[in-house]
Design a binder for this molecule. Structure first.
Ligand SMILES: [Fe+2]
Ligand SMILES: [Fe+2]
Length: 464
């Protein structure tokens, strides 16, 4: 899963910002747009961030407020086919009470009619694509929250508090638990979490088995970004949420499992990272620009293959993990004395996303850098770099010279024999497996597996 915040109200680098939210999500083979901000400026940011709006399969409108909906006009201009799903309760009818008057904060008047052929109204629970769900609020009495937030709707001259029937949660089923997107959470973060939990009671990580207890307090009235000033961990300590923008958040259950935060934010610093994916062919031409030795190229390909395999196991982005593997020894041939340092310079100069640079530095942790692996991708790279060296050496000892008939048992023997491939640092492999929370045997087995899958690319087919 890959998530990019296309626009929000904090500026970053040369990207535009505004009061509005738009988020781009890649999940399995689907490309999804969540909200379009206010002005359509997100479309310009999307271009700068390498997001092709025309490739998007469908859009979702989180709720019927102008700062999420109005900018979608720019989306309809660039994308000629994708529908945008919104709740059946969506109307051009949302107001904020200010003093004695009501200020309009709904979708621009005429918008719903203008784009009627692109808008798809949904009711109840909807599965938009395998593993992608849209859920309405299922909590009674949400108009109390509307009243607290001074949000109203009008019918025949009468004002009533908004019960947020136009708000919905976008939920993804990942191999590591459910991930919820709900832009402003006007209906209350605790309600949303409970609603999703109750909808998917069979999900092992569901919060419904561990319901949030703190349900009182000021935050309920407006956990809408900066209005409340409270963060989700204060509210629902059982979850591992990341606010990846001032105005939105994602929640993933089971705090101990890393993964999503890699793509959207650094939890420690609460800083948004716009993940810029590097295309595989660009990574390859960069690598070969600095690395001509076939053996080193082969090493890079092997590490890439194993990284891809582990990404698949973890339900993470294979492209990102693979490219991180490919580039990890970028500077080794030309600058062995400055290993990792020089690669940092090169990659920074090329404007390569910090996610790759950090991962590259992590593989040298304790050897030539002090950048400790934190994310699952970094820990994996740290572990499998040395291990692929050992596997390669083990293959070369075989009559077949192949990985295809290499068994775990025989690799374990080689691991234990200190004199075999003595340059391979066994401690790093052990330590890395521990970091990953995996048994050494499993790490070895899966690494062999990854190399078997790619035996032709990595040249490990031997004479079989
Ligand atoms: Fe290295
Ligand atoms: Fe390496």
């Amino acid at each position: 899963m890959l998530v990019k915040v296309l626009i929000d109200n904090i500026s970053k680098n040369e990207l535009l910002c505004e009061w509005g939210l738009s988020v781009y999500i890649e999940y399995r083979d689907k490309k999804i747009l969540l909200d379009g901000g206010t002005s359509g400026a997100f479309a310009r940011n999307a271009r700068m961030m390498g997001v092709d709006l025309n490739a998007i399969d469908f859009g979702v409108l989180s709720h019927a407020h102008y700062d999420h909906a109005d900018g979608l006009a720019a989306f309809f201009e660039e994308n000629d086919h994708a529908p945008v799903y919104l709740r059946a309760g969506s109307e051009e009818n949302c107001f904020k009470k200010e003093g004695t008057g009501y200020k309009y904060i709904g979708i621009r008047e005429g918008f719903l009619e203008e784009y009627a052929d692109r808008l798809k109204y949904v009711e109840g629970d909807v599965e938009l694509a395998p593993g992608v769900y849209l859920l309405p609020h299922k909590t009674e009495g949400l108009e109390k929250l509307g009243e607290k937030a001074h949000m109203y709707r009008e019918a025949e001259g009468l004002w009533s508090p908004d019960a947020f029937t136009h708000e919905q949660s976008l939920v993804f089923d990942t191999s590591r638990g459910l991930v919820i997107f709900n832009s402003c959470s006007h209906g209350g973060a605790d309600n949303i979490i409970r609603e999703v939990g109750e909808t998917f009671p069979e999900k092992p990580d569901c919060i419904s088995k561990n319901p949030p207890t703190k349900t009182s307090g000021r935050w309920r009235s407006g956990f809408a970004g900066q209005e409340s000033g409270k963060s989700i961990p204060d509210i629902v300590p059982e979850t591992a949420p990341w606010r990846f923008s001032r105005r939105s958040w994602a929640i993933r259950w089971k705090p101990s499992i890393p993964g999503l935060q890699l793509m959207i934010c650094e939890t420690k610093r609460k800083k948004v990272i716009y993940m810029e994916k590097l295309a595989r062919e660009d990574a390859w031409s960069l690598l070969t620009e600095y690395t001509e030795t076939p053996a080193l190229q082969q090493h890079a390909l092997m590490v890439e293959a194993v990284m891809r395999h582990f990404a698949k196991l973890a339900g993470e982005d294979e492209e990102v993990w693979g490219v991180a593997g490919l580039l990890h020894d970028l500077d080794y041939e030309k600058y062995p004395e400055e290993h990792c340092k020089k690669a940092t310079e090169i990659m920074e100069e090329k404007g390569i996303d910090p996610v790759y640079i950090r991962a590259m530095n992590c593989h040298g942790y304790g050897i030539c850098t002090d950048v400790k692996p934190e994310s699952a991708m970094e820990k994996t790279l740290y572990t499998v770099d040395e291990l692929t060296g050992l596997i390669h050496a083990a293959c070369l000892m075989r009559p077949s010279k192949s990985v295809l008939d290499l068994e775990l048992k025989s690799l374990k023997k080689k691991f234990k024999s200190k004199s075999f491939a003595a340059g391979v640092n066994r401690d790093v492999i052990r330590q890395g497996s521990e970091m990953l929370g995996m048994e050494l045997d499993d790490v070895m087995r899966e690494s062999i597996e990854g190399l078997k899958e790619s035996a032709d690319i990595t040249g490990l087919r031997g004479n079989l």
